[in-house]
Structure formats: C-alpha cells, structure tokens
Design a protein around this ligand. Structure first.
Ligand SMILES: C[S@@+](CC[C@H](N)C(=O)[O-])C[C@H]1O[C@@H](n2cnc3c(N)ncnc32)[C@H](O)[C@@H]1O
Length: 226
C-alpha cells in the first residue's frame, strides 16, 4: 500500500470513529458541540485531505439559480456555517451578502478570522426555540453538511428555517446520505412543507463521491419558497 493509500485509510478510520462517537444515534446536541469545539482547528484540513467539495457544490448549486449579474444583490444565510467554507465558496462566485448562523464559537471564530460573512448569528436552530431572524429576511438559505443521524439540525427545524426565506427565494441543502430512517424523516418534512404550499421542489438528487475517503453518497435538495 503506498503512503497516500495508507493516509486515506487512517483518515477514513478517524472520520468513521468520530462519526460513530459524535453523530451516532445516541448523540446529543451538547455532546456534538464539544466535538466541534475540538475539531475547529483541524476541520478544514480534514475535509480537504478527503477531497470533500461539498462547500463548492453548495455554492455552485446556488450560483445555478442566479445569473452572475444579480449575485451581488442576493442576500444569503448559511445555516450551520461552521468555519465558513460555504461562505468563502459563495464569495468566489461573486455573491457578496452572506450571513452565518452557527452555534459553535470555535467553528465560527475561524470564519470571523477570515471575514467570510457580513453578520454572524451565534445560535442554533431547533424546533423548540424560534430564531432571532425575522420571517422573509433572505433570498436564499444554504445548509451544507448540517444534518446527521443525531446531535445536529433536527429535520423538524427545517420548518422554522424556511420561514426566514422571502417568497420566491430558495433553500439549498447539501448533505451526505444519512441512514434510511433519518433520510425518511427529512423527506417527510420536505413533503409536508410542499403539501402545505410553503415551498415547491426544484431538485432532489443523490450523487456519488461526497467523501472520497468514506465512500459516502451526497444528496442535494433545492426548494423554491412560496
Ligand atoms: C459538519 S459541520 C458543517 C459546517 C459547514 N456548513 C461546512 O460545510 O463546512 C456541521 C455544523 O453544523 C452546526 N450545527 C449543529 N447543530 C446545529 C443546529 N441545531 N443549528 C445550527 N447549526 C448546527 C455545527 O456546530 C457545525 O459547525
């Protein structure tokens, strides 16, 4: 086995071990936040070593919705922004007005250091609490790698996130494909929002190569808010 293969194998073991510990079924939000406290320093390096392009895919998906001459007027909220990789990729595609919502100060601190967003909301989204963000504030919302089997953004919270988007705006969610039960829960929330005429599906697509090292598939949901 050459060094690169050996490194990839080690990285795969580390990612899967962390996932079991911090995203598995028994995970809670506060425990997973402790993990992000620790991970913040190495987060981007770990993803780049695994050739994860989710931040770019998220930004490219948003860019497909807006011609380049209007992008500087589009107001975007990146939910679960982490260290700001999505913000940086969006800026690279000529979006200018991007805010971040992220509960973890260490992760968000990295984004702040690099000025990746305009406004930083240190908060979480969950079905029990309403966010400080007013209804219909944003043209688009991005959520990249923010859904997990547990300890992250609960599927029901998507209902509260949709209300932050202006009518005619978009929700763009890019994630790894989760266990069937969780994926069914997310799709059920999407279906119920569509049935209630809150939004309409533009795309739901599953694609290979989300993470070269773990072999995960990715999934992209794009919805237009009504
Ligand atoms: C895997 S990281 C993804 C970060 C970033 N979106 C990216 O693509 O690099 C998941 C992020 O979601 C955040 N998060 C977890 N639960 C959340 C919640 N309930 N509300 C908002 N963000 C949450 C975590 O703090 C973490 O920064």
């Amino acid at each position: 086995m050459d060094t690169t293969e050996e490194q990839k194998l080690k990285l795969r073991e580390a990612i899967l071990e962390n996932r079991e510990k911090y995203e598995g079924n028994n995970m809670t939000f506060s425990k997973s936040q402790k993990y992000y406290d620790m991970l913040a320093e190495k987060y981007e390096e770990q993803l780049l070593n695994a050739n994860v392009r989710t931040h770019e895919i998220t930004a490219e998906t948003v860019a497909d919705l807006y011609p380049s001459d209007v992008r500087d007027k589009v107001k975007i909220l990146d939910v679960g922004a982490g260290t700001g990789m999505v913000g940086s990729a969006l800026r690279g595609l000529r979006f200018k007005h991007i805010d971040a919502l992220e509960p973890n100060p260490n992760m968000l601190g990295k984004a702040k250091l690099q000025n990746r967003y305009e406004t930083y909301f240190i908060e979480s989204v969950n079905p029990e609490e309403s966010s400080s963000i007013k209804n219909g504030t944003y043209d688009a919302i991005t959520m990249c790698a923010t859904l997990a089997e547990a300890g992250h953004i609960p599927p029901e919270a998507i209902k509260g996130i949709v209300r932050m988007v202006k009518k005619g705006g978009y929700m763009v969610i890019v994630n790894r494909v989760l266990k069937d039960e969780t994926l069914n829960d997310i799709d059920a929330v999407m279906d119920s929002l569509e049935a209630d005429k809150k939004m309409i599906k533009v795309t739901r697509k599953v694609w290979p190569g989300y993470n070269e090292v773990t072999g995960d598939f990715g999934i992209t949901w794009v919805y237009r808010v009504l």
